[in-house]
Design a protein around this ligand. Structure first.
Ligand SMILES: Cc1cc2nc3c(=O)[nH]c(=O)nc-3n(C[C@H](O)[C@H](O)[C@H](O)COP(=O)(O)O)c2cc1C
Length: 168
């Protein structure tokens, strides 16, 4: 898929077919994640590929609104490590920015492969952190289901171009 087509084709998908994702497709999507930029190239991330029904149930239980999340054959949970990440002069860690860039690489690559995704942040972070048994320096930044779309996306609504940019 051409790059600008993929940008427009990406929508939040909230319903999935059970069809598995071919390994070759998954490998290309993960390569898109691997090459993502990060501050000082520190790559302070880990992406959990949650595929077994039991583990999808565990993750889904931390986001009770999303029955559709568990339908997807794969849930990717994006973790960021605040100790491994570059820090701004005020000491704040760039790990959430780094992980978000890599996650969007994943989402756009998945779109180009005909897969559906949906950024999810409205889960219980503390609960999922505990259920995954993560060390304190790891934050669960976001997750996304990945699978072949069954549901239609919601209507496309965006601000006008004039409202989003300012020329200085
Ligand atoms: C950082 C972030 C967090 C989001 N969290 C959720 C979420 O928890 N649940 C959900 O259903 N959608 C979530 N979304 C999806 C947005 O609602 C969606 O991107 C937006 O409404 C635009 O629709 P579109 O993605 O179909 O273009 C999130 C999106 C972003 C970027």
């Amino acid at each position: 898929m051409e790059f600008y087509e993929a940008l427009k084709a990406r929508r939040s998908i909230r319903g999935f077919k059970p069809d598995p994702i071919p390994e070759a497709v998954l490998a290309r999507v993960l390569e898109a994640v691997r090459i993502a930029p990060s501050a000082c190239n520190l790559q302070p991330w880990k992406f959990l590929l949650v595929q077994s029904p039991a583990q999808r149930e565990l993750v889904g239980s931390c986001y009770p609104r999303g029955e559709w999340l568990r339908q997807a054959p794969l849930i990717v949970v994006a973790l960021g490590n605040r100790n491994q990440a570059w820090k701004r002069v005020d000491g704040t860690s760039a790990h959430v920015i780094d992980v978000s860039i890599a996650m969007e690489h994943l989402i756009l690559a998945a779109t180009a492969e005909g897969l559906g995704t949906c950024w999810i942040c409205a889960f219980d972070q503390a609960l999922l952190h505990a259920k995954l048994g993560l060390a304190p320096e790891w934050d669960v930044v976001a997750m996304t289901p990945v699978g072949y779309p069954q549901a239609e996306p919601r209507p496309f609504v965006r601000k006008e171009l004039a409202d989003l940019s300012a020329r200085l």
